[in-house]
Design a protein around this ligand. Structure first.
Ligand code: CUK
Ligand code: CUA
Length: 631
């Protein structure tokens, strides 16, 4: 309680709670006389059995995962393990997931991880973005960054599983991430935030001039890094245009500092603009150096005076950078400055021809409030900016902000809405595509404080749903979430048609299919039996509710055992599992799919394995035995 509220005997909470309670009693008084169905449906209400209008894909922050939500219900529908180890599905333990996670690690990482359990089991996902075709979502992939371990992963949207994961060379972490919007993705751009010496071999500590950041372009189809550009300062967030010509990133720490005082000493930082055609031409012309991983690194630093980059001064420490759906404007959010800077994309060709000065590309700089972090858009030319320090969303009009900057007496601010509390990202339905529809806005708030019953020192974040279909923003729902979604995207459900069966043609099982053939089986779904190959034992079985095809099998202590389970049930929603008791092993086997796991049989005795996904009235009986004979 604040001093003032103590005196009055009211806290903000008790006042709010009181009014909600009073309103509730009022409704109950009337409601008790009316049949339940007569109550009008709220616009965000999704009644039992009804389906949501939108898919939401949420980053999972330091949980390392991605989550699928239904909007507007805010129900969490599914989790997609990405950079985390998943107890339920075996992600990070099955041979198939381990191959995806490890095959594109850098040689130095493979060496570092070889004796430590093979790969990092954590991640920090900030930015989930779908692939685009012609300026709008195409439903193929979702790309995510791992700030913690310098990785980028790709989720296949037909089966909602990761199919590629890569480490970014010459970088120390990956923060901002965006796919190219036009003509298609194409490039996926990834920002390195924390500058390190290059090469980072331990010989340099306090020589900031030797620290660098790189801007990375990944081919979204092959998931190979195609080029990098070295820049001054560090790189925070990034976005792309609707013409396929430019990408741009915010930069704080233009001072090249290595501590807080140094990083925030200058009044100006900048946005860096990348000219994609010039960079491609530079790669072709051989104007690059190779440091790590055979990736051409071009010099886009100021002193190189190249045509690859331009640096646009922005008040200190800008953060989010968001292209408006009209394809004309980019909003650069001030963070430490109470302003947002509006960059006009149509001025970039002249900037690169040096016909205008960098600041000439800025056509508005409205005062929005304290701590502008990210901006979302509707289809009517309005912007919605999160104000972290003010705990508000500011709705403002871009054209009016431009008119005001030009000297007209207009007020671009339309409304400020309190959110609870301290918003980071926000996002509108389809708001990062040319098809923004102005229906819903999500405010991803970093603190929930008193909004939910207390669950201890670690409290959920609060993702709030805001109805933006009318003239005024209206807060309609609180959504508690586990740490710590940074960002999300929302798209109409008609844009996605996920499969009910992954299908055996999924390349994920190519290795298993080939091995099953070699082991003499007609096909993977028909494989059942034990193959002994020296110290290696491969145990094939299929599962069909409620049994595994093997009732028991025997191995010797010390054998390297690979279990290959194929789920031949062809009923949707009929997942089986394989949990090997006291061996720390569990995996999901999707209908019409396989999974495999390898372990050392070093614990003699009878060990039951059972199915952990409820699949049948006799699900509890779905279990068999492994006998490990002592050596
Ligand atoms: S960042 Cu977290 S609030 Cu990593 Cu996109 Cu701005
Ligand atoms: Cu199969 Cu439970």
């Amino acid at each position: 309680m604040t001093e003032e509220s103590k005196k009055s005997g009211f806290s903000r909470r008790s006042v709010l709670g009181g009014s909600v309670l009073a309103a509730g009693i009022g409704i109950m008084g009337v409601g008790s006389m009316l049949p339940q169905a007569a109550k009008a449906k709220e616009r965000n209400e999704v009644r039992p059995g009804d389906l949501d209008d939108y898919y939401g894909f949420w980053s999972g922050g330091q949980s390392g995962e991605v989550r699928i939500l239904g909007i507007p219900s805010m129900r969490e529908l599914m989790r997609i393990p990405v950079f985390n180890r998943c107890s339920a599905t075996g992600w990070g333990q099955t041979n198939e997931s381990r191959k995806i996670i490890m095959e594109n690690m850098l040689p130095r990482e493979k060496k570092f991880w070889a004796d430590k359990g093979d790969f990092p089991m954590n991640g920090d996902v900030h930015h989930p973005h779908m692939s685009f075709t012609d300026g709008t979502y195409d439903g193929r992939f979702i790309f995510v960054n791992d700030k913690a371990n310098t990785r980028v992963a790709r989720i296949r949207c037909d089966i909602m599983k990761v199919d590629k994961m890569i480490s970014i060379p010459n970088a120390a972490d990956i923060h901002g991430l965006r796919p190219q919007k036009y003509p298609r993705t194409g490039y996926v751009f990834a920002n390195m935030e924390h500058r390190v010496p290059m090469p980072n071999d331990g010989s340099v500590l306090d020589e900031p001039g030797k620290y660098h950041a790189v801007f990375t372009a990944i081919d979204g189809d092959t998931m190979k890094v195609v080029w990098q550009v070295m820049v001054d300062g560090n790189l925070d967030n990034t976005d792309t245009d609707y013409q396929g010509k430019y990408a741009y990133s915010t930069c704080y720490n233009s001072e090249d500092g290595v501590n807080l005082a140094e990083m925030t000493s200058s009044v100006d930082d900048w946005a860096v603009v990348f000219d994609l055609r010039a960079i491609e031409a530079g790669v072709k012309a051989g104007d690059f150096k190779i440091y790590e991983g055979d990736v051409p690194v071009l010099d886009g630093r100021k002193k190189a005076k190249s045509n690859y980059t331009r640096y646009i001064p922005i008040p200190t420490s800008p953060h989010g950078i968001n292209t408006a759906p009209d394809g004309k404007y980019v909003i650069i959010n001030g963070k430490l400055s109470p302003t947002a800077s509006v960059m006009d994309l149509r001025k970039l060709p002249d900037l690169f021809k040096n016909k205008i000065k960098p600041r000439d590309t800025i056509v508005a700089e409205p005062q929005l409030g304290l701590g502008p972090l990210h901006t979302a858009f509707d289809h009517k030319g309005n912007a919605y900016t999160t104000l972290f320090i003010d705990s508000q969303i500011c709705k403002w009009n871009i054209e009016k902000a431009i008119q005001k900057y030009a000297g007209k007496k207009v007020d671009p601010i339309i409304q400020k809405l309190d959110v609870q509390y301290q918003p980071g990202h926000n996002h509108t339905t389809m708001g990062e595509t040319k098809d923004a529809d102005g229906q819903w806005l999500i405010s991803l708030n970093k603190f929930s404080k008193d909004r939910f019953i207390n669950v201890g020192p670690l409290k959920p974040d609060n993702d709030q749903l805001i109805d933006i279909s009318g003239d005024r923003m209206k807060l309609v729902e609180d959504g508690p979430v586990f740490s710590e979604p940074h960002d999300c995207i929302m798209l109409p459900r008609a844009l996605l048609t996920p499969l009910n069966f992954p299908g055996f043609d999924n390349p994920m099982w190519d290795d298993l299919k080939a091995q099953a053939k070699k082991d003499g089986f007609k096909s993977l779904p028909e494989a059942s039996g034990v193959i002994r190959d020296g110290n290696k034992v491969r145990v094939y079985m299929y599962s069909t509710a409620p049994v595994y095809s093997l009732e028991k099998f025997t191995v010797k202590e010390g054998n390297e055992v690979t279990i290959i389970v194929t789920n031949i049930d062809d009923i949707e929603d009929l997942t089986h599992g394989f949990t090997l008791t006291n061996y720390g092993i569990a995996m999901e086997i999707p209908p019409q799919g396989s999974a495999s796991v390898t372990f050392k049989a070093d614990l003699p005795g009878v060990h039951w394995f059972y199915c952990q996904w409820f699949c049948h009235a006799l699900h509890l009986e779905m279990r068999s035995r492994m006998l490990v004979e002592p050596a």
